[in-house]
Structures are given as C-alpha cells and as structure tokens.
Design a protein around this ligand. Sequence first.
Ligand SMILES: [Zn+2]
Length: 208
Amino acid sequence: MNAFAIEEGEAITLIDTGSSNAWHPTMGFLPQALGEAKIAVDRIRTVAFTHTHLDHIHGLILPDGGDGFPQLARLLVPRAELDMFRSVARLSRFHDRAQPLDSGQRLSASIEAIAAPGHEIGHTCFRVTSRGETLLIWGDTVHVPSLQFDRPEVAWEFDADQEQARASRLRILGLAADNGHFVAGAHLDSPGVGRVHRTETAFRFEPV
Ligand SMILES: [Zn+2]
C-alpha cells in the first residue's frame, strides 16, 4: 500500500493514508515511511483520498488512537463517496470535517483532481505538474501490476463497476503513455512510481 506526499514549500498534501491498524498486520507503516522520508507529520495540512476503501483511509488515526496528522486543515473525499466515508465508525471524529472533492477541482496551483470511476464510484486520480513534468497519482487504476499492464481489460471482484473500471484504466493508461507522464499507484510494487509505455497490444510499466 503506497501513499504519496506532495511537497509545495512548507505545505504538504498527502494522497491516501494507508490502513493504519484496521487491516492486515503487514500494512499500516505510513508513519515509519514518513519518518524515513524526513517528512514531519505537522507539515501535512491537506489529506485527499483517491477513494474510501479501508486500505486508503484509516491512516487518519494512529494505532494508539491519536490523530495521524495533528495539523490537518483540509480533508477531501470524492463527493460520490462522502456517505461511504461517513459510515466508517472508526473515523467518526472526521465525518464532519470531510469536504467534497470534485473532478477538475484544484487542490493547489499544481494539483488537480481527475475522475476515474469504476474501482469505486468516486475513484479519483490526481494530476501533479511541476517544472514541466506531470505525475498522475492514480490510486487503484492498476491493482495487480503483474497482470493489468499487459491485460488492462482484466477487472476483479473488488471493482464496484468492472465495466467502468476497465474503461477508466484504459483511458488513464493511455493518458500516461501518450504524454510521457509519470504515474504513482497505491498498489504498484516498490517504488510505486514509474512511466507507462504502449506495447503492440497493451502497456508496460517502467519503474523509476
Ligand atoms: Zn486500494
């Protein structure tokens, strides 16, 4: 499970938060990863979710019950999934703080939300531009990298709408490949960032 921190001056925007202690014991190492990256959690002022599945949202709360991000000022949840988010009891203290996130919305001068529904009804990617380069933080656009670059038509049971997920995956893969964008994925193997290239029949991933 990868989460991505975007640094813009002092402010840091975090896209997704991992699962904290809400799922498998092999997950939930975001605080340690931020420490390794020398990112103080106090600098994280905005958290935005690609979607509200449990492996992306529970990092708002630490395993000891404390807030993961004490200086959090803005919490953005894809509008179509606000009700889903507000039904998660463990995160009740955040229910009222969650603000709707819409496609096309700018989180800052360099970050823009792009709808890519299917995996979940509000699944959202984030386009980050900096110094002439672009990164697509694409959430769960590809879940199984060993399979879905080569066979992007393959969907799976965790997709809320498999037809829509397939269409979004093909669109976002094409966008990245045809424009030379970097991509960053929650379920891409370490380091979780790379470029996408077209092959004769599909796509391949080139990690950084
Ligand atoms: Zn996921």
